[in-house]
Design a protein around this ligand. Structure first.
Ligand SMILES: Cc1cc2nc3c(=O)[nH]c(=O)nc-3n(C[C@H](O)[C@H](O)[C@H](O)COP(=O)(O)OP(=O)(O)OC[C@H]3O[C@@H](n4cnc5c(N)ncnc54)[C@H](O)[C@@H]3O)c2cc1C
Length: 455
């Protein structure tokens, strides 16, 4: 390609990069979209996700009679993070959320629907929008189709952004091909959408030691490139200890067991058959709790009713295909699957049943049971995992990267590359924070970058 002039270089073709590229292109800018991994269509975080995108006050919610608003969404984000979410970014994302999901459906052709069969922890309203098969691969495919239908966008795969320098009239981006050749591109703006540093073991150990021994269940491409590139330009960073963990990844299959199993009455027990946490506290902060159990594993237990609730998830179908969901006709058979003492397990199930029916207070403080599970029981062996990191480059409400508090001209970050809205640890992650940060900041950064070239 040699030396090329484009309006915007976007690095990373996940949710953040594609939203940025499409919104930049629709505002009239030319966009060069670089993607480092050949495998990104199935291997990026976006592809691995369940496509849940929260919005406060969308037309789908109105149609379903659900009263919601950006203020309520913002309030939930702040409550879950105990006030530690970046208030500027959280406000911008909550405000843009209803417009974002409508833009995804109307301008990008993403077939969104509202999830009304359960509510994720930390959300006071049913507000998750997803594609029908609840698969990130499907979401990504629709975004890629939308990008490829825009002549302003050129996608180059594989090409890895390795550096950005300030140059006269813009930014000089350097990208490497697998054969070692390099492209140097002069652009008015560069949008870093390379996700976080979950796949970079050294960075995880440095910034988030508590999850360093957990399974990493995220995209291979998340090597922390944005932090390195932005850091060289003096970009501010924030909340590097924040992450999305998950307390129910099937082991050894490495496939997500949806938390809807817990929210609908499922239990988590250790290898002795004892419960160890309130299962509705949130899947992210549950990761370290599961890892703290003997062998770093636990068993998710549920029943046919819960199984029906999980069936719409593509990941759950994968688990069924792998025979990861073990069925037991009674407690005796369940104890054999888990390898624990029958009486201990009976005690656990009896006490959970009494709490679920309101006959006694739960000793772990669970109050939201939805349903008391009954035989036959299903059991899935699970472990705790790191899905993605939520800290990153500090940005303003348009995604502009800040240096000592002021924007670096032309440099933007979105998604896992930027600071998220999950506070500074695992407990602040509310389901959907990842894709909302990716799609929302991408959408905002793309149009802000286009406006720098007068479009
Ligand atoms: C199992 C699972 C389920 C999840 N479910 C949900 C959910 O339902 N809702 C939700 O909100 N969040 C969910 N998440 C989190 C969500 O997937 C991420 O927060 C989101 O996808 C991040 O988007 P992104 O565009 O920043 O990163 P990605 O989708 O990972 O895209 C980044 C891309 O950048 C590429 N790249 C990296 N470095 C470079 C470089 N230097 N140059 C060029 N390209 C580069 C990578 O190869 C990758 O393709 C889930 C995560 C997992 C693992």
């Amino acid at each position: 390609m040699g030396s090329t002039d484009v309006d915007i270089v976007v690095a990373g073709a996940g949710a953040a990069g594609l939203a940025a590229a499409i919104s930049g292109a629709d505002a009239g800018a030319s966009v060069l979209l670089l993607e480092a991994q050949d495998t990104f269509r199935s291997g990026s975080n976006t592809a691995m996700s369940t496509s849940m995108i929260p919005a406060g006050g969308s037309r789908w919610q109105r149609k379903a009679g659900i009263e919601d608003s950006p203020d309520l969404l913002y309030g939930d984000i702040m409550a879950k993070t105990k006030g530690k979410a970046d208030p500027v970014v959280a406000r911008a994302l909550a405000d843009v959320s209803p417009r974002l999901v409508e833009w995804l459906a109307d301008e990008c052709g993403v077939p969104l629907e509202l999830v009304t069969d359960f509510r994720y922890p930390g959300n006071s309203r049913q507000r998750h929008h997803c594609v029908p098969d609840r698969s990130g691969r499907t979401l990504l495919r629709h975004l890629l189709e939308a990008a490829s239908s825009r002549s302003e966008i050129t996608l180059v795969v594989p090409s890895r952004l390795t550096d950005v320098e300030e140059a006269d009239g813009g930014l000089r981006a350097t990208a490497a091909r697998p054969d070692g050749s390099e492209d140097v591109i002069l652009a008015r703006s560069v949008i870093l959408a390379t996700n976080g540093f979950g796949a970079n073991g050294e960075m995880v150990r440095r910034h988030i030691p508590e999850i360093a021994n957990g399974l990493y269940h995220g995209g291979d491409g998340s090597r922390g490139d944005a932090l390195l590139i932005g850091g060289r330009l003096g970009g501010d960073t924030s909340s590097l200890g924040a992450y999305q963990g998950h307390g129910s990844v099937a082991s050894p299959h490495g496939v997500l067991l949806t938390w809807t199993t817990m929210m609908n009455g499922g239990l988590l027990v250790d290898s002795s058959g004892a419960r160890f946490q309130n299962e509705t506290i949130g899947y992210s902060e549950s990761a370290v709790n599961v890892l703290a159990q003997p062998g770093g594993i636990a068993w998710a237990i549920f029943d046919r009713h819960v199984h029906k609730k999980a069936e719409p998830f593509a990941d759950y179908q994968d688990l069924l295909g792998m025979d990861a969901v073990k069925w037991a006709d009674d407690v005796n058979a369940l104890a054999k699957i888990i390898g624990c003492d029958l009486e201990d397990l009976e005690r656990t199930l009896d006490s959970a049943r009494r709490a679920a029916l309101g006959d006694e207070a739960d000793h772990l403080g669970r109050t939201d049971w939805a349903h008391s599970i009954e035989s036959p029981f299903a059991a899935v062996k699970v472990t705790g995992a790191l899905f993605h990191t939520q800290g990153g480059l500090k940005v303003d409400k348009t995604g502009a990267v800040l240096r000592s508090g002021s924007p670096i001209p032309g440099l933007f970050a979105a998604g896992g590359a930027a600071v998220g809205i999950s506070g500074d640890s695992s407990y602040g992650y509310v389901s959907g924070n990842g894709l909302l940060s990716a799609l929302g900041l991408g959408f905002l950064a793309g149009s802000a970058a286009a406006s720098r070239v007068g479009h």
